[in-house]
Design a protein around this ligand. Sequence first.
Ligand SMILES: NC(=O)c1ccc[n+]([C@@H]2O[C@H](COP(=O)([O-])OP(=O)(O)OC[C@H]3O[C@@H](n4cnc5c(N)ncnc54)[C@H](OP(=O)(O)O)[C@@H]3O)[C@@H](O)[C@H]2O)c1
Length: 296
Amino acid sequence: MTGKRTEILVIGHRGMLGQDLMARLGARAAGADREECDVTRRDAVEALLDELKPAMIINCAAYTAVDQAESEPELARSLNADAVENLGLAARARRIHLITISTDYVFSGEGEAPWPEDAPASAFAPRSVYGQTKLEGEQRLRRIGGEFCVVRTQWLYGAGGRNFVDTMAALSAEKPVLRVVNDQLGAPTWTRDLADALTLLAERRATGFFHVANSGFASWYDVTRHIVQRLGRACRVEPCTSEEFPRPARRPHNSRLAQGKFAALAGSAPRPWPAALDAYLSERHGRNTDGNPTFS
Ligand SMILES: NC(=O)c1ccc[n+]([C@@H]2O[C@H](COP(=O)([O-])OP(=O)(O)OC[C@H]3O[C@@H](n4cnc5c(N)ncnc54)[C@H](OP(=O)(O)O)[C@@H]3O)[C@@H](O)[C@H]2O)c1
């Protein structure tokens, strides 16, 4: 028992987003992961909240193995929906503000317009088990009510976990040619920028649905070309379609997220994706954005 009231409890604090969020919140936050509390168990969640008495919870825990979820739907559901319900019920009973993270994969991916935060029911047609179970988490929270906030984000990368940017940075150093899908559009988003946005949403005690991503839109092909160019790799990048690169889970083609609500609250949307990616590459891969080594 700590005896002291925790300001913000971060669930999933050792995950990719959780690590950047803990760094951003500093002494204001306490963290819990599966090791400290299995959030799929309601009794474990209630015991943790009664011990730490947080004023706010930010839930970063999830089943995030998108392809694997196709063959493990119950496991994905237990974390992406049951655990969110556990947190929602326990938070409502204790008047704790709950922020949880969702995804662009809840949308059908049709059309070309950015998805609004309060999209009509017809927009929600997930293409994958991961997207379906994340949507179920959102729906259960809506039913529970209380002081909650759902933050949909997308295409995360950060130093604390495996991600597309690091994979492409490594592959482009080894391979002469990379073929990358060019028919899925969204925005690569640095977990550090998302952590800043979550901190602001927490400070404002925001409720309802928000979209937060780095600004602008790109395909994975565009993102890879940017990485290759900035890191000064000789590798050639070729576009391909999702059909040419089949994966167990289908991904939405149109993953553009409109973030007017967040921009209105914060004064602006997070910085453009190329600027965030340049900063990450410079810090993590030791390159200036002009392709020259930072340290040599
Ligand atoms: N990554 C993306 O591109 C992306 C895109 C859109 C939305 N999101 C959402 O953003 C959030 C953060 O994603 P992320 O990539 O940072 O996730 P992540 O790196 O996979 O981290 C998830 C965390 O949840 C913890 N966890 C798993 N099972 C648990 C349990 N039963 N009880 C308590 N904790 C448990 C994990 O701990 P263990 O390591 O011990 O299992 C891990 O620390 C998630 O809600 C995700 O759905 C991610």
